[in-house]
Design a protein around this ligand. Structure first.
Ligand code: ADE
Length: 261
């Protein structure tokens, strides 16, 4: 059992000590990988590499519902979700960590809800990220404390016109995995905090010459140590409080959390 979940790249396998792999299935099929649960800074942490250990799931094929359901079924209430993003602003350079406070979901065709029939459940997405989780990451310092992340379907990167349009809306960064992940976390009454790692300037940014997969992967690898340091600090300091996210189902037809352990 665990109380904090991390959804990230396979680089995080070395992150935890005394790990145990927990075989788990969900009503939505298997998660990207069986979660590993281990200890970090006195907390029990569950980890799932969202793209699979061998990076076999592209962003539009990640089973977001199963990953979050599996974490919730393990007892997790707080999820930390690092992800790679492109920058839509010249001043936000590769290697920068952004703590988004909003997202715009431009994905399509992805199963995006765990409430796909009765009971009909509408959750609030006005403030889609956990206030306590964001505050803890921001307190660590050296991060950009706000920004809107537009989430595209991928797997291709944006055209220059799309990218310029995203930037013109005032959005900060562009990624491929932040939705519907955040929305499903909210549907499961999970605290969810995104840490967006800038790997490149997107195609519409004047200083960018177009994005390549190799560039993104290399830049993410370059940031992994700093990211792990940040997440370790956050995990030890994350308050286990009765956060508003835990009440996302209050007043809905699913007032009781739906997940059986
Ligand atoms: N992930 C990393 N860089 C990206 C970009 N430029 N667009 C979409 N997703 C990304």
């Amino acid at each position: 059992m665990a109380d904090i979940g991390v959804l990230g790249g396979s680089g995080f396998y070395s992150f935890l000590s005394d790990v145990e792999t927990i075989a788990i299935d969900t009503p939505f099929g298997p998660p990207s990988e069986h979660p590993v649960v281990g200890e970090l800074g006195g907390r029990q942490v569950a980890f799932i590499p969202r793209h699979g250990a061998d990076h076999r799931f592209p962003p539009h094929r990640v089973n977001y519902r199963a990953n979050l359901w599996a974490l919730r079924a393990l007892g997790v209430r707080q999820v930390l979700a690092p992800c790679a993003v492109g920058s839509l602003r010249p001043e936000l350079t590769p290697g920068t960590f952004v703590v988004p406070d909003q997202y715009v979901d431009r994905t399509w065709g992805r199963p995006h809800t765990v409430y796909d029939g009765a009971p009909v459940v509408h959750t609030s997405a006005a403030d889609p990220y956990c206030p306590a989780g964001r505050a803890t990451v921001i307190a660590f310092g050296n991060v950009v404390p706000e920004g809107t992340m537009v989430v595209i379907n991928g797997p291709r990167f944006s055209t220059r016109a799309e990218s310029r349009w995203h930037a013109a809306q005032g959005w900060s960064v562009v990624g491929m995995t932040g939705a519907p992940e955040a929305a499903i976390a909210r549907e499961l009454a999970l605290c969810y905090t995104s840490v967006a790692v800038i790997t490149d300037h997107d195609a519409g940014v004047e200083t960018g010459s177009g994005v390549t997969q190799a560039e993104v992967f290399a830049a993410f690898t370059d940031s992994i140590e700093r990211l792990q340091t940040l997440l370790k600090a956050v995990i030890t300091q994350l308050p286990d409080a009765d956060c508003s996210c835990r009440h996302s189902l209050d007043g809905t037809a699913a007032a009781e959390p739906v997940v059986a352990v």
